[in-house]
Design a protein around this ligand. Structure first.
Ligand SMILES: NCc1[nH]cc(CCC(=O)O)c1CC(=O)O
Length: 321
């Protein structure tokens, strides 16, 4: 087998993730090189919703796979559209990093009226706003974007009071343990993460170069794959992307034989599918929970999403005219 070419975006996080995959392949005796790929999501400074949202980060890397300029693509699973792409295959879902979000700039107990929370994520905004409403706090939200360092710099300069980041990103960058700003890992009761937050997708072309699929498949982690499959099926059935006010988290209840029992918890901001603004009340979040019995992970996610859609419809017809 010749050298395996691993492609990823050039952002510091994407490079760290590619290096993580490379190190694991190297440890099983595979020679690898990393190829950085420029994507529109990295070079375009406009807000994500203006440049096409979901998928802008992944597309250029996927094109490199299709063109056989690389053998393996490493993505944040969170940024990968839920629809499968013909001709590509997710050959490994490696073990998930910390799925939680982290509040950076202050701790939950320090939140105070008038604080400016920088986040461009409707999911984070609706959940933190619900927390604020339940604690009688008046927070202001400001959309920001950019890589981890850009976001931390906005907190340091005082331009924003705090921001919300995926703990996985900070950890993979080796920045979590040395973080010199006040911060708090948010429990799932406060903040349900985005579908597959903290997980990677290791994608290959189908057909792949001989041997590539088998080598990459060694990185697959079955419990992570099951969780991510359920979470993405939930998102897909809602026809929602990473910019929807949707948090969803599957946890493994118990493993028995080959089967894995999953519990799925989700929140949907009631602004979902409507044009009205989030009204800040705690009941503006719809909570969903369910457990798989004999179902597959994908069936569990899809069933709970259909149940949620029914409840959203009911709310709309029974709500004030
Ligand atoms: N949307 C950007 C993005 N895509 C993946 C991560 C971090 C790693 C992960 O969530 O798996 C981030 C940054 C963030 O949400 O803070």
């Amino acid at each position: 087998m010749t050298v395996i070419r691993i492609g990823a975006r050039r952002s510091p996080l994407a490079v760290a993730q590619a290096e993580w995959v490379r190190d694991r392949l190297v440890s099983v005796g595979v020679e690898c090189e990393i190829i950085g790929i420029d994507t529109q999501g990295d070079t375009d400074r406009r807000h994500l919703t203006e440049i096409g949202g979901t998928g802008v980060f992944a597309m250029a890397v996927r094109e490199a796979l299709v063109d056989v300029r690389i053998d393996v693509a490493v993505h944040s699973m969170k940024d990968l559209p839920t629809a499968p792409m013909p001709g590509l295959e997710i050959a490994a879902v490696p073990e998930r990093e910390d799925a939680r979000d982290v509040l950076v700039g202050c701790r939950l107990a320090d939140l105070a009226d008038g604080m400016v929370i920088g986040t461009g994520s409707p999911r984070r905004q609706v959940q933190l706003a619900a927390y604020a409403a339940a604690h009688d706090l008046d927070l202001e939200f400001r959309p920001i974007r950019g890589n981890v360092d850009t976001r931390l710099a906005l907190v340091r300069s005082g331009e924003i009071s705090a921001t919300l980041l995926a703990a996985a990103g900070l950890r993979r960058l080796g920045r979590y343990d040395s973080l010199d700003l006040p911060h708090e890992l948010l429990p799932f009761e406060v903040m349900i993460p985005a579908a597959s937050q903290g997980a990677l997708a290791v994608e290959i072309a189908d057909p792949a170069r001989p041997g590539v699929r088998e080598l990459v498949a060694r990185l697959d982690h079955a419990p992570t794959r099951a969780r991510v499959t359920a979470e993405r099926a939930f998102l897909r059935e809602l026809e929602a992307g990473c910019l929807a006010p949707v948090g969803v988290l599957a946890t493994v209840k118990s493993g028995h034989g080959n089967g894995i029992d999953l519990t799925l918890a989700a929140v949907i901001g009631k602004t979902f599918g409507s044009t009205s603004d989030f009204d800040g009340s705690p009941d503006a979040l719809l909570g969903i929970e369910g457990t798989s019995e004999a179902e597959t992970a994908a069936e569990l996610g899809a069933r709970l999403a259909r149940a949620a859609l029914v409840r959203i419809d009911d709310d709309k017809t029974s709500g004030p005219a």
